[in-house]
Ligand binder design. Structure first.
Ligand code: UDP
Ligand code: MG
Length: 337
């Protein structure tokens, strides 16, 4: 497989301002890769229109008629960046050896694409594009992003630091990704779960070429919340912990209040009231936490994530070798065993 078929998947939502430039830049890059026989001439760019309300689709469609390497996939409605990306990956994987995902706004460096393919040829199934610095980001975005990675790490979610959705995936990696049937999609968290050999390529992220970000603060927060709640049941455990702490405190306070009573310094009825408030509060939180544990289990089960992915299976390999040997050696395959 010296000339792999590459598909570049680009999710687009209301990107009419950047799209003509993006198409030009990507075609130029792809043509160069084809010319230098880095990738097969059947390689292409697939634009996924995520239910845009502007001229995005007509631009994509027009270009797909003019250029055989440009294709379009129009989704029936806006389903969000992650779902649009998944639609593109799954569609592209059927006819490609490897797929690269990149945003429509040219923030990611297209020159890195050749490094991605190089790593793929070296045998890596997943290549992550990692930004070197965050100079082009506003202070607020930088701070929230760093905070997000820190929190995710604390909650035990395995993320590649400073990697957005600019990455290469091999055909078989995407086929494994398809087995994750969860509806709440957070690709950055799922891709490292697939396993297979992976590596990173570093690049400088630029400013948005034109148009506005499609991730305003509200969407960004809900994206982060989605990420946390899709991957971690630590917040549920936290409720249980608070319950246990408050129960222990209630025991300590209870002893203290009862001592006070016997020393004769309290109002009638106060001791029993205050002790039971603390005790019941603590017990309730423990109970909620316990129910939460079961909900957490149901939540994990309901995701129906694959329990393993097979990298190499020598059972098949031996079979293939035996068959080949049968053909060439007339059946003598003892040397193989
Ligand atoms: N996008 C999408 N559907 C959406 C929102 C965004 O397909 O509902 C696409 C968008 O067109 C872009 C990519 O997702 O190609 C990333 O969006 P953006 O560049 O606005 O995010 P930022 O880089 O600001 O985080
Ligand atoms: Mg962007």
């Amino acid at each position: 497989m010296s000339y792999p078929i590459l598909t570049i998947v680009v999710p687009c939502y209301n990107e009419e301002e950047v799209l003509p430039e993006t198409i030009t830049v990507l075609i130029e890059e792809l043509n160069e890769l084809i010319e230098k026989t880095v990738v097969s001439e059947d390689s292409r760019i697939l634009f996924v229109d995520d239910g845009s309300k502007d001229r995005t689709w007509s631009i994509v469609y027009k270009n797909s008629l003019e250029n055989r390497n440009v294709h379009g996939l129009k989704l029936a409605r806006n389903v969000g960046h992650q779902n649009a990306l998944l639609a593109g990956l799954i569609t592209a994987c059927k006819t490609s050896d490897c797929v690269i995902s990149i945003d429509a706004d040219l923030q990611d460096d297209v020159c890195v694409i050749r490094d991605f393919v190089k790593k793929f040829k070296e045998g890596f199934d997943i290549v992550y594009g990692v930004r070197k610095k965050r100079d082009t980001d506003k202070l607020f975005k930088k701070a929230t992003a760093i905070g997000f990675y820190k929190i995710m790490q604390k909650l035990g979610v395995n993320l590649i630091y400073n990697h957005a959705d600019f990455r290469l995936m091999s055909k078989r990696a995407i086929q494994e990704l398809e087995k994750f049937e969860e509806v709440n999609l957070f690709l950055r968290g799922i891709v490292p779960l697939i396993g297979f050999s992976s590596t990173s390529v570093h690049y400088d992220r630029k400013e948005r070429f034109a148009g506005d970000t499609k991730y305003p603060l509200k969407k960004m927060l809900s994206f982060a919340f989605e990420g946390i709640t899709s991957f971690s049941i630590t917040p549920i455990r936290f409720v249980m912990l608070v319950g246990i702490l408050s129960f222990i405190t209630s025991l300590l306070f209870g002893t203290y209040f009862i001592t006070l009573k016997f020393l004769g310094e309290t109002q009638t009825g106060w001791t029993s009231l205050i002790t039971s408030i603390w005790l019941i509060g603590g017990l309730q939180l423990i109970a909620i936490g316990l129910i939460g544990e079961y909900i957490g289990k149901v939540y994990k089960e309901s995701k129906r994530r694959p329990r393993y992915s097979i990298d190499i299976n020598t059972l098949n390999l031996t079979q293939q070798l035996i068959e080949r040997n049968l053909e060439t050696n007339g059946g003598d395959h003892r040397e193989l065993l």
